[in-house]
Design a protein around this ligand. Structure first.
Ligand code: NAP
Length: 247
């Protein structure tokens, strides 16, 4: 029997990443679940189907040494990786004039540099394997900009540019392949990242969403499962918005 395809989901401990992990496990993929520490993954593991194949991996993405170790571990032990969902991210909303440089560095490190390093790994592995899918979780904020989220917005817009560029790079490197690089740009999804937002801010967002509701993590997870599957083999380099009509 063929081995199930192996997918890495970063930030799989809660919110969107957790929903993606559960959805992919239900679809029969083998999972590498990542969080900053392994204990944070217990809740996700509890929700997986009984026969799910998974391995828990930990790395604090704010620490370059931990990221280096994580990438080395993937290179050594998971050469057969079929997919990467770069989902881990932080927001740190603040007016730019009050944003300390260390927060700017942290946003760039966690939201942009780590996905770049994972994309580099994907390019190398997928080039060898001639197949694979890498999905960066961007954001509607990267598409429309937002007050007090400028650095976050820049990191998310960066992910869109990276996915498009990697798709083109792979096309140049290999004439025949089944490799895809994509980004998904969610609108407002109910998770820890958004539930603490000011009521007025939330009401203002909701008034701009034609669907008249916030999204659920599962909405994004179902889209990811489709994009990873062989039903989406002609979707490459694209940014797929999932935002209830916000933009
Ligand atoms: P969340 O509930 O806050 O979860 C964030 C995830 O990222 C957690 O699994 C967390 O792991 C991981 N993470 C954060 N900092 C990390 C670090 N230093 N090292 C390793 N892992 C770290 O966020 P979410 O709402 O699900 O968002 C997931 C992704 O979707 C993010 O990239 C976010 O920007 C994007 N997004 C979210 C929304 C939304 O409305 N929620 C909209 C658009 C885009 P730990 O539990 O170990 O900390």
């Amino acid at each position: 029997m063929k081995e199930p395809r192996k997918i890495l989901v970063t930030g799989a401990s809660r919110g969107i990443g957790q929903a993606i992990a559960v959805e992919l496990a239900q679809a029969g993929y083998s999972l590498l679940l990542h969080a900053s520490v392994k204990e944070n993954l217990y809740q996700t593991i509890e929700q997986l189907p009984a026969k799910a194949e998974y391995q828990a991996l930990a790395a604090d993405f704010s620490r370059p040494d931990a990221v280096g170790h994580f990438i080395q571990q993937l290179k050594k032990e998971h050469k057969d990786l079929y997919g990467i969902v770069s989902n881990a991210g932080i927001a740190l909303d603040k007016p730019l004039s009050y944003q300390p440089e260390r927060e700017i560095d942290l946003l760039l490190q966690v939201n942009l540099k780590v996905p770049i390093l994972l994309g580099k790994l994907a390019l190398k592995l997928f080039l060898k394997n001639r197949e694979g899918v890498c999905i960066n979780i961007a954001s509607c904020i990267g598409q429309m900009g937002n007050a007090y989220q400028s650095v976050y917005a820049a990191t998310k817009a960066g992910l869109v540019a990276l996915s498009k560029s990697w798709a083109k790079e792979m096309g140049q490197l290999l004439p025949q392949h089944r490799v895809r690089f994509l980004s998904v740009a969610p609108g407002l999804i109910e998770t820890d990242m958004t539930t603490n937002l000011d009521e007025q801010v939330l009401a203002n967002y909701q008034s701009q969403i034609p669907a008249n509701r916030f999204g659920q993590a599962q909405d994004v997870a179902q889209l990811i499962a489709f994009l990873i599957s062989d039903r989406a083999t002609y979707i490459n380099g694209s940014t797929i918005s999932i935002n209830g009509g916000l933009l």
